[in-house]
Design a protein around this ligand. Structure first.
Ligand code: NAP
Length: 254
């Protein structure tokens, strides 16, 4: 759905974006809020606001969208590893002089006793794996490409949609969202004799159970660091974004 006048364009793809869509809809019933999704997964959330699905067509496409639909405020609530979308949003907001705020959940931090080793990105994580290791590779369908040359490891991979490329025959693919049950994650890791967990520092609560499971099993974790995101006004919670929305919209006339 693409109304002529959009008060808030919410770039989604996270659990927090879903909560935000509901909170904004409740708080500002008179506003037109449109939630945007890349359409990379089939099961889209059920939201109380109109949705649009699919890419905008790069920075130019998004710039055009913001102008055509008279968007007053852009909220970037994409995943911290969806860096291309965040860069495009920052550039398009800049070119059209639209305010942009970003919801960024805090990074996970190790606790005493955790064995976390940071990797700058996915290729660095792939390079750091010891030959013969049995890895729980919590990476997405695009990221898995960076690991498939490692025929010398076993990988249990989990992703929502199947990858575009074949995985080594001896790997195990689970098509699922992350479990929120620590017990289930422990059992999964034990079933596959996992020796190392590789995951992104996504933050948030929805995919933390695997880290608690690794902690319980005393497994080392290779933690992939977040990509560099453009400078923008960042807030760490749904509530803060809701109060900023009111504040920002007051400064932008209809
Ligand atoms: P990305 O690399 O930053 O973006 C790739 C392209 O997908 C963008 O250039 C844009 O296409 C389109 N796109 C991304 N998010 C969009 C949105 N909310 N609305 C409309 N178009 C969008 O993103 P990604 O890493 O492929 O992730 C895709 C989506 O999945 C994101 O919305 C993200 O929030 C969500 N997600 C990502 C991860 C992850 O680890 N990367 C994890 C969970 C959820 P155009 O250039 O054509 O506009």
């Amino acid at each position: 759905m693409n109304p002529d006048k959009i008060d808030v364009l919410l770039l989604g793809g996270t659990f927090e974006a879903r909560r935000l869509a509901t909170a904004l809809n409740e708080q500002f019933p008179g506003l037109t809020i449109v939630a945007s999704y890349a359409g990379s997964v089939q099961d889209l959330p059920d939201l109380p606001v109109p949705m649009r699905i699919g890419g905008f067509g790069g920075i130019d496409g998004l710039t055009n969208y913001l102008e055509t639909h008279n968007v007053r405020l852009v909220i970037d609530a994409t995943h911290p590893f969806a860096s291309q979308m965040s860069h495009h949003a920052a550039a398009a907001a800049h070119f059209t002089s639209r305010p942009l705020i970003r919801l960024e959940r805090p990074e996970w931090q190790p606790q005493e006793g955790d064995d976390w080793q940071n990797a700058a990105d996915m290729p660095a994580a792939a390079d750091s794996l010891h030959s013969g290791s049995r890895v729980f590779l919590a990476a997405g369908r695009k990221e898995i490409e960076r690991f498939v040359h490692r025929h010398d490891i076993f990988a249990l991979t989990r992703m929502i949609e199947p990858p575009d490329i074949p995985l080594p025959d001896h790997w195990h693919l689970e098509l699922a969202r992350p479990s929120q049950s620590v017990q289930d994650e422990i059992q999964l890791m034990q079933r596959h004799y996992i020796s190392t967990l590789v995951c992104k520092n996504s933050g948030g609560t929805r995919s933390f159970a695997k880290l608690e499971a690794a902690r319980a099993l005393k497994l080392p974790v290779i933690m992939v660091q977040r990509p560099k995101l453009p400078k923008s006004d960042v807030y760490g919670s749904v509530n803060l974004i809701v109060s900023q929305t009111e504040h920002r919209l007051r400064q932008v006339p209809r």
